[in-house]
Design a binder for this molecule. Sequence first.
Ligand SMILES: [Zn+2]
Length: 192
Amino acid sequence: MSQVLEEILAANAAYAQTFDKGGLPMPPGRRFAILTCMDARLDPAKYAGLSEGDAHVIRNAGGRASDDAIRSLVISYKLLGTREWFVIHHTNCGMETFTDEVMRGLLASSLKTSSVDASGWHDSGDGPGSTEGNYIDWLTISDNARSVVEDVTRIRRHPLVPKDIPIYGYIYDVKSGELVEVPQATEAGRAG
Ligand SMILES: [Zn+2]
């Protein structure tokens, strides 16, 4: 068995041993949702003080308002009653380190893990790669305050999103653990 698999199963066995949350209702008790990055350094349960049953947490690379993130947010409100949404990007996001063109080039050369140094990303793996990457919008980030504003604005204007949900825009600082508001995003996300 892989070491990670073994560790996860052991951790889960310990968790289940003292688990007492089996009676929670499905709708989030605190009625909010967070859209944030998948970055391993971010733990929304810790940085936002969540317990099981409190909130929806939707994660993807960058915490971007992709069509699929919006699908989850719409379900979160329409079927499960959340009333406030947060878009939380973060400092030092990996999505700032490449562009669509870079990612497409790396994938066209090989599917293996690339390496990065001060001059950027490099691919040294064996091919073949694939040009399928050319058909994906990788939703990279060039300025993380601007990406929060763009994503809050996109969600706000989406035809399936009702006007009365406030959407707050924040950047999580990976050095300090603090959430820093992006006022222009929160303004764009104001409930109407
Ligand atoms: Zn990130």
